[in-house]
Design a protein around this ligand. Structure first.
Ligand code: AP5
Length: 220
């Protein structure tokens, strides 16, 4: 079974994807994480991606489409995928359709996370991440027990370079200009599930879980 998490930066896609992919035994494919890993590793892909990510712009389609196709191909026949942050424009959505078709998979559902701009900015500018295990915190909503230190592994926490107010605003603008068109695209295909993401993490998770359960049942 394959689903997409769609929504503006700061909607909470990554937070939900992390928990639900484990709970439902799905492979979590986050293009943001894969690109940041490439940047860290100093690959040619990473170097190219970094120029765009630092400015809050979308990385060129070819680069992201190839990364996702590679992940899906290597996933194996019985895998379920949870795509987080991909596709982000019509060209990527069409490329995803092609890749899924080639592999004999289908897209079962798209979860559209709806959140106000004010909430998104607050969430992103207060986000802290563990440099070692990747655990995700928020200084107000999900603070670590000890400021600046990861609860899980004890390593220092840091902020993403694109989580400053100016770049966050740019990312939101890019979302409205390039990604929001996908809402209609998926609505027309009757796979869109709208999620009120301006709520508590647990309430959002329960709603998505309910829909995933019915999608899994329908796939049996
Ligand atoms: P990416 O890493 O995908 O960033 P994003 O879409 O901007 O999403 P975020 O990770 O910032 O937000 P999120 O919705 O996952 O929120 P989270 O759960 O972390 O992309 C980064 C860049 O990579 C892009 O700008 C682009 O350059 C490039 N890129 C990536 N994919 C691409 C693609 N397909 N094509 C081209 N370029 C691409 O939550 C945020 C904070 O809020 C956390 O602190 C969390 O603890 C807190 N929080 C979460 N939920 C709640 C809640 N319900 N209540 C209170 N706090 C909450």
């Amino acid at each position: 079974m394959n689903v997409v998490f769609l929504g503006p930066p700061g909607a909470g896609k990554g937070t939900q994807a992390e928990t639900l992919s484990k709970k439902k035994n799905m492979k979590h494919v986050s293009t943001g994480d894969l690109l940041r890993e490439a940047v860290q590793a100093g690959t040619a892909t990473g170097a190219k991606a970094r120029e765009y990510m630092e400015k809050g712009l979308l990385v060129p389609d070819k680069l992201v489409v190839d990364i996702v196709a590679d992940c899906l191909t290597k996933g194996g026949n019985n895998s379920s995928f949870l795509l987080d942050g991909f596709p982000r424009n019509l060209a990527q959505a069409k490329a995803l359709d092609e890749t899924l078709k080639k592999l004999g998979y289908k897209l079962d559902g798209v979860f559209y996370f709806v959140v106000s701009e004010k909430t998104a900015v607050k969430r992103l500018t207060g986000r802290w991440l563990c440099s070692s295990c990747g655990a995700n915190y928020h200084e107000l909503y999900m603070p670590p027990k000890k400021a600046g230190i990861c609860d899980r592994c004890g390593k220092p926490l840091g902020q993403r370079p694109d989580d400053n107010v100016e770049t966050v605003k740019k990312r939101l603008k890019v979302y409205h200009e390039q990604t929001a068109d996908l809402i209609d695209y998926y609505k027309k295909r009757s796979v869109l599930n709208t999620i009120d993401a301006d709520r508590d993490v647990g309430d959002i998770r329960n709603d998505i879980c309910g829909v995933l359960d019915s999608l899994f049942k329908g796939n049996k």
